[in-house]
Design a protein around this ligand. Sequence first.
Ligand SMILES: [Zn+2]
Length: 247
Amino acid sequence: MEAGRHLVVVVAHPDDETFSCGSAIAAASAGGSTVTVLCATRGEAGERRPHAATDHLPLAEVREAELRDAAETLGVSAVELLGYADSDFAGPMPDGALCSVPLPELTAVLTERFAELAPDMVLTLDGSDGHRDHLHVRAATEAALAAGDQPVLLRLSCLANSLMRRWVDEMRATGSGTAYLDLDVSTLGTPDELLTAHDVGHVLEVREAAIACHRSQRSPFEDLSPGLRREFLATDHVIDTVLGGTG
Ligand SMILES: [Zn+2]
């Protein structure tokens, strides 16, 4: 992104901004763009890793603080919490859960935020990991941008199928869980031929520092070999589309 532009990142949970698209944020900020993160929930349905300093605090509070630390590390200018409850990956949802909000209602909230923030580019997750909150955020983001007066570049942050296959190979080889044995690897992530790769190795240290801010969460890169970890973190795989401006 060119200097002086505004990147708005829309995510469902604290850590999505870092684990999924931290390099894109750090690179935009390092390049002179302003970055705003809209985070729909405080991630209270996430699995908690014990930590003596914060175990007495509600997970939502811990994760919001981690989000703010990581965002500052990545060079984010502003973080806005949209105030929904974490729907969790599956199962019954709590009151106020993000996925219980009808799509038009969530779209209207984002439409209002985009009108005020006037982003040059909006970044969200493609949701190919199957988390229902990620998919709901993506759908509302696309709908809000598609209905906008001005054309805006939407960038989807994706996981390349080729890297996901290698991730499964490593997990199987190290015996980190039999859960991986039954996976159909052809369906993981997004097919490589749909993706554009961006080298973001120049902000790898910043990304690693942001990952370390999310102490209550186990990062998906934790058990990877150093080589594969670097491939996940030093290259962004994205799909770009211009939405809106047709009305
Ligand atoms: Zn998430």
